[in-house]
Design a protein. Structure first.
Length: 306
């Protein structure tokens, strides 16, 4: 940044120039800035000398921008406005009033975001900073008050509460299922078009684990498609590209709407699940308590039969 510092004049002359250029008057600029007109004139003169150009054409009792002055005014005005807005943002934003939430991309995109408007209606004055990552170490190293995290619920330094256990089963689009006129059987899966998740964590479910748990052989060929983003895996299944593995609470809306179907009834349950977590021994702020209670209520309503 040293070369930038050498190029830039001091801020005070730029402020004086911007005001004088906007008013086309040193006197009016002085009144706005609460200084004397000679002080404004001196600041502008010093700026012109440092730049080596005339920014104003001076008359007997008036000043007008030169052509270079007009060009300079536009850039300086925009730059000072951005700088002033940045200062306001830093002053206004009080981190103590922000709800910091962390979770993975799957929960954020497929469960939280479709429901978040209801939390906002409950807490209309709340401000939220949502951080998403599929790397558990990055997630736990984030500054947060509450998170929704996948695992066994034994994170050192954190309290946790189980939201739902892991129940995983195949899903596909009705259009893809039409390729099997007599229906899709469990034994057909290894030879089907399998859409797999390239996972970051060893305990995330994939087709190799699911087929093994179901007592089936692994596919002879490579998977039809591997994607490192779970919402995109489900998008591919919706679009008829093949069969994906689905987590019960993430695809219930798709199953209700018929954009996805469960071609076989077999499921695999593991000892993992999604948990609410928060720093151990930290007093949870009221907004985080409200968010925790809201998540639990939403999940209970989702599990209640209509």
């Amino acid at each position: 940044m040293l070369h930038i510092r050498r190029k830039l004049p001091s801020l005070d002359p730029l402020i004086a120039f911007e005001a004088a250029a906007r008013h086309c008057s040193f006197a009016l600029a002085a009144r706005e800035l609460n200084v004397t007109a000679p002080a404004v004139s001196q600041q502008v003169r010093g700026l012109e000398e440092s730049l080596g150009v005339s920014l104003f054409q001076r008359g007997h009792r008036s000043v007008q921008l030169s052509e270079r002055g007009k060009l300079f005014q536009n850039t300086v005005s925009i730059a000072l406005t951005h700088l002033a807005n940045a200062v306001d943002e830093v002053r206004i934003e009080d981190d103590t009033g922000i709800l910091n939430v962390v979770t993975d991309t799957s929960i954020a995109a497929m469960w939280l975001m479709p429901r978040l408007c209801r939390f906002e209606a409950q807490c209309p004055q709340s401000l939220m900073r949502l951080t998403t990552t599929d790397v558990e170490a990055d997630l736990l190293n984030s500054e947060f008050q509450i998170g929704i995290v996948h695992g066994e619920g034994n994170w050192v330094g954190y309290d946790s509460q189980l939201l739902f256990e892991e129940e995983v089963f195949p899903v596909c689009s009705p259009r893809y299922l039409d390729r099997f006129p007599v229906g899709l059987e469990l034994e057909d899966l290894p030879s089907a078009d399998l859409l797999d998740l390239e996972y970051e964590q060893w305990h995330w479910m994939n087709w190799a684990i699911w087929l093994t748990e179901a007592g089936l052989p692994l596919p002879v060929t490579q998977r039809k498609m591997k994607i490192n983003n779970y919402p995109l895996v489900i998008d591919a299944a919706r679009n008829g590209s093949g069969i994906a593995l689905a987590w019960r609470h993430l695809v219930e809306r798709d199953l209700e709407q018929g954009t996805l179907v469960q071609p076989i009834t077999n499921t695999v349950n593991t000892k993992n699940g999604y948990h609410l977590i928060w720093p151990f021994n930290d007093e949870m702020p009221p907004i985080a308590c409200a968010f925790r209670d809201w998540v639990i209520r939403e999940l209970k309503e989702q599990q209640t039969p209509l």
